[in-house]
Ligand binder design. Structure first.
Ligand code: B12
Ligand code: SF4
Length: 327
C-alpha cells in the first residue's frame, strides 16, 4: 500500500525567518509505519519547496498513493484542506487523512467545512495511524472505522468521533524515520547549518488557559536521554545536522533527565558538532540558574520562554503559575 504525506504550503513569517524547518511529524509517523511493515511511504514538502496547487496536483498524480495524509496547525488549516480537495479531484480513490493539533480539536468544524476529508486522526499519530492503515490495507475501511480509537469522520450527515486513543506510553519505542526528509533543504540561518527537530519529552504538567498543548499531549512523558542522544548523534553523522530544537513544551521540568541528557551530549563530545535550542518555562530557568553553565557546555545556545504578559493579574487569569518578577 502506498502512503503519501504532504506538508501544506503555509508561511507565517515569524519564526520562519530563522530558517527552513523539517516537518518532524512525517519522520515520526513514517518511522512508526515502517516498523509496522508499511514501507512504500512518500513525502512532499509543499511548504519548504513552495509548491503551487498545480505542482501539488502533479506530485499526487505522479506518486499515485492509496492514502494521502496531511498535517494541520490552526493557521495552515485552509492550505491543508485544499491539498485534500486537490487529492479528491485528481486522485479520488486515495483515502484522505488529516492530522495535527488543529484537526484534533476542531474536527467538527473541519469535517463540516471540508467534507472531502475522509478521516481525522486526533492526537498523537504514531499508534492510531497504524490501526488506520491496517484497516485500509486489509479492506476493512470504511466498515471498521467505528472500531478505531482516536479518529473522527462523517457518516452520512453525522459527525462521529470514536473514543480517544491512549497517549503513546513507550516513547522509547518510537524511532523516527529521518531518512524520509530532503536534508539539503533544511537550514538554520543564524548558524548556517542543517537543522532538525527531535522530541525529548511530550506534554506539559501546567494548564495555562490559552494553551492547546497540555490538552493535546495529555500526560507528561520523557524519553531515555541516552536514546535521544543516539538519535542526535545519528542526525549529525548521517545527515550533517548542526543545530536542533527540541520539539517539546517543557524539556527541563524533569531536571534529573535533562541533566542526564546534557551530560550524555558532553560525554560524546557532541557540543563541538551540534548546538541546540529549547522552549521552556521561566520557572525552570529560575530553579536551575546554577545549571545554566552545564546547559551551555552541552551546546544549548537558544532558550525561548513564554512570558505571556507584563501584569500579574493577567498571568493569574491565564493560570500561568509564574511571577512578573521572574519574567
Ligand atoms: C518546532 C515548531 C515550529 C518550528 C518548525 C515548524 C515545522 N516545520 O514543523 C517553527 C519555529 C518554524 C515554527 C513556526 C510556527 N509555529 Co510552531 N511549533 C513547533 C513545535 C515546538 C514543535 C513541532 C513538532 O515538530 N512537534 C513534534 C511532532 C511529532 O508533533 P506534531 O507535529 O503535533 O505531530 C504529531 C501529531 O499532531 C500527529 N499528526 C500531525 N500531523 C499529522 C498528519 C497525519 C496524516 C496524521 C495521521 C497524524 C498527524 O502525529 C504526530 C506524531 O504524534 C510545536 C509545539 C509542539 N510541541 O508540537 C509548535 C506549534 C506547532 N507551532 C505553533 C505555531 C502557532 C507556529 C507559528 C504559526 C508561529 C508564528 N506565528 O509564526 C509558525 C508557523 C510556521 C509554519 N509555516 O508552519 C503552534 C500551533 C498552535 C495551533 N493551535 O495551531 C504550536 C502547537 C505551539 C503552540 N504555541 O501551541 N514552529
Ligand atoms: S506552560 Fe507553556 S506549554 Fe505548558 S500549558 Fe502553559 S503555555 Fe502551554
Amino acid at each position: 500500500m502506498r502512503i503519501l504525506f504532504v506538508h501544506p504550503n503555509y508561511h507565517s513569517g515569524g519564526a520562519e525567518i530563522a530558517g527552513s524547518w523539517p516537518p518532524a511529524w512525517v519522520a515520526y509517523l513514517s518511522g512508526s509505519l515502517k516498523r509496522a511493515g508499511f514501507d512504500d511511504i512518500h513525502f512532499v514538502d509543499a511548504m519548504t519547496n513552495d509548491l503551487s496547487d498545480e505542482e501539488i496536483a502533479s506530485e499526487i498524480r505522479r506518486i499515485s498513493p492509496d492514502v494521502i495524509g496531511v498535517t494541520s496547525i490552526t493557521p495552515s488549516i485552509y492550505a491543508a484542506e485544499r491539498i485534500l480537495e486537490i487529492a479528491r479531484d485528481e486522485h479520488p480513490h486515495a483515502v484522505r487523512v488529516l492530522g495535527g493539533v488543529h484537526a484534533t480539536f476542531m474536527y467538527k468544524q473541519v469535517l463540516s467545512e471540508a467534507p472531502w476529508v475522509d478521516v481525522i486522526v486526533r492526537g498523537e499519530g504514531e499508534e492510531i495511524v497504524i490501526e488506520l492503515m491496517r484497516a485500509i490495507d486489509e479492506e476493512r475501511w470504511p466498515e471498521d472505522r467505528r472500531k478505531i480509537k482516536g479518529i473522527a469522520f462523517k457518516d452520512d450527515n453525522q459527525i462521529v468521533a470514536t473514543h480517544a486513543a491512549a497517549t503513546v506510553k513507550d516513547l522509547d519505542a518510537i524511532e523516527p524515520d529521518w531518512d524520509i526528509l530532503e536534508w539539503n533543504k533544511y537550514t538554520y540561518v543564524p548558524l548556517g547549518t542543517r537543522v532538525a527537530i527531535p522530541n525529548f519529552a511530550r506534554g506539559c504538567p501546567f494548564t495555562c488557559s490559552f494553551c492547546s498543548q497540555w490538552k493535546f499531549w495529555r500526560d507528561y512523558r520523557v524519553r531515555d536521554p541516552k536514546k535521544v542522544v543516539d538519535e542526535i548523534e545519528k542526525l549529525v553523522v548521517e545527515h550533517n545536522v548542526g543545530f536542533f530544537i527540541l520539539a517539546d513544551e517543557e524539556p527541563t521540568i524533569n531536571r534529573k533527565k535533562f541533566i542526564e541528557f546534557c551530560n550524555e551530549l558532553i560525554a560524546r563530545e557532541l557540543p563541538d558538532k551540534i548546538k541546540w535550542g529549547i522552549n521552556t518555562r521561566v520557572t525552570d530557568i529560575m530553579r536551575d540558574k546554577d545549571l545554566l553553565p552545564l546547559y551551555r557546555e552541552a551546546g544549548l545556545v537558544h532558550v525561548s520562554l513564554g512570558t505571556e504578559a507584563a501584569a500579574q493579574l493577567k498571568l493569574d487569569q491565564f493560570n500561568k503559575e509564574t511571577k512578573v518578577n521572574d519574567n
